[in-house]
Design a binder for this molecule. Sequence first.
Ligand SMILES: [Zn+2]
Length: 301
Amino acid sequence: MRKAFLVAIVCALVALTAPIWSLGQPAAPPAAQRPMFATTKVEGTDNVYVFRYGNHQSMFVTTSEGVIATDPIGYGRPQAVKTYVDEIKKVTDKPIKYLIYSHQHFDHIAGGQPFKDAGATIIAHKRAKERLVVLKDPATVLPDETMDKKRTIKLGGTTLELTYVGLNHSDSTIVMRLPKEKVLFAVDFLPVGTVPGRGMLDFYPLEAEDSIKQVLAMDWDKLIPGHPGPGDRLGTKKDVQDQLAFLHDASEAVKAVAREGKCWEPAEKELKLPKYESWPGYETNLPFVIRRYCALWGRGF
Ligand SMILES: [Zn+2]
């Protein structure tokens, strides 16, 4: 009896202290509450899908001439990529023509070999390829083609516009927009309704705000994020405006304390942004945000 009680206490503690998901991304519901993966058609479209595996997700588009897929999301889990390809085959018998990398981070682009084997042409931003060539990650397939500012893919009556909007969460992020369907796929630099976390590590704080404004000026209604939003919902322009406001507020708050000599500590320990305390990830992720802005305003980088 007593032992059972202790076990229950330990389990409860483990549950309470369980870390936020990989790379400081927003908390998702516990895995036990939902299946490991899901494929969902985007509401209001005939051919746009979200493939989620764990706490990562990608967009794929089916057309009469083939499939345009994005991010294999197979970092440390090749089974996710096999599942992804199988899920595509369940909704279409057309070949996979393209695989587009959103940015260079391995948690999104590792594991693409099954797509390559299926005949897909892999496209990434030129900076992503430059890094991948140096890093030689055995699990990550090098892009076949690269782009710089803009590229448009037309396949089977569908148009997908790829745009580089400058430095933000990485220096190689491509924003993907379906003009007809008004759907946008943008990974990691526009979390939906959540506080960004460890991803702030190589974030470009000044340039990101300009990047986000470019996204707001584009014509779209639904944002598919690279990590599921709260309740797996998609994002809206309001979410993007809120994220921009959050970054701006965080930046201004850290700037003030940095100029009082409070970076890195005590800023990381003491600074709060109560306006955002209801956002998922607030407690765990805020120190990463402060650390990044401390680097900017307290250090000059
Ligand atoms: Zn990333």
